[in-house]
Design a binder for this molecule. Structure first.
Ligand code: NAG
Ligand code: NAG
Length: 250
């Protein structure tokens, strides 16, 4: 019993399934909190049978409450057991705060700064707007806010943001697009807010930085052309040789 309870608490969810009869027994331990100092911690311990919660403990209330006849009887029985109640009430500290503190120090407090890049995706053409993309890479934890500033004012609408995407290695990335009609002399920047920063970080868009992108495309394109020419030459050479060889025996 002790060992099972301990595993339940550790996994925060413990289920026993009787597949033959279709009965489903669940014991759920939840630690609910939002403040970093864990002062608002609430411990909820529920017993659920076939999706119906029949007994639960809420650490703010400090005792068990029952729903069905069985649940009411059980809640009363537990509430009468002073030793058990002492342990149940202690779990808000011993289980919830204890584990939450470990999660904070081992995971949540360990932040990694995003690497941010602002670049042009599409240049403006007549009435077609230009598109900029602000990408934040390799950050942790997941929660991040990316906004755009134009001449010192936050841009509303016109921006689309993809969700934070998991890299699969605990790090995340996000990409935000801004559609806009360029005006000369304006200043555009991408603002990133993240737990790893003490304050929001501003990344200015530098229109002259779009040139290297074009040269990269040019280098890539010439590489492709060269590759096609060389493989075509190689293929023709091979064909000539091959047909030459076949001619000899016939
Ligand atoms: C726990 O009990 C308190 C006090 O009655 C209540 O405000 C709170 O909503 C309960 N928590 C949950 C998760 O039901
Ligand atoms: C709980 O204690 C009260 C008072 O001592 C008693 O009347 C009641 O029968 C007990 N309930 C259970 C389920 O043991």
């Amino acid at each position: 019993m002790m060992a099972k309870l301990w595993i339940c608490l550790l996994l925060e969810l413990c289920s026993m399934l009787d597949t033959i009869n279709g009965y489903y027994m669940e014991r759920r331990s939840e630690c609910i909190y939002s403040s970093r100092d864990l002062s608002d911690m609430v411990y909820i311990d529920s017993a659920i049978f076939n999706k119906i919660r029949y007994r639960w403990f809420n650490s703010t209330v400090g005792k068990f409450q029952g729903y069905t006849q069985h649940g009411i009887y059980n809640a009363e029985r537990f509430n009468n057991d002073t030793d058990y109640m002492q342990r149940e009430r202690a779990d808000v500290d011993a289980f919830c705060r204890h584990n939450a503190q470990i999660y904070y120090t081992a995971i949540i407090d360990k932040t990694v700064e995003p690497q941010v890049e602002v670049k042009s995706v599409k240049q403006s053409h007549g009435s077609q707007p230009a598109v900029l993309m602000c990408s934040a890479y390799s950050f942790y934890p997941k929660f991040i806010k990316v906004t755009w500033m134009r001449n010192g004012k936050e841009v509303e609408g016109d921006q689309t943001s993809t969700e934070e995407m998991a890299n699969g290695d605990w790090y995340y990335q996000i990409h935000s697009h801004l559609e806009y009609m360029p005006k000369s002399g304006e200043q555009i920047s991408c603002v990133v807010e993240h737990a790893s920063f003490k304050q929001p970080m501003e990344y200015k868009w530098d229109p002259s930085a779009s040139a290297p992108d074009k040269s990269k495309i040019a280098i890539g394109a010439s590489g492709l052309v060269l590759g096609i020419v060389l493989s075509a030459a190689g293929f023709i050479y091979y064909k000539k040789k091959a047909s030459g060889r076949i001619l000899v025996p016939t």
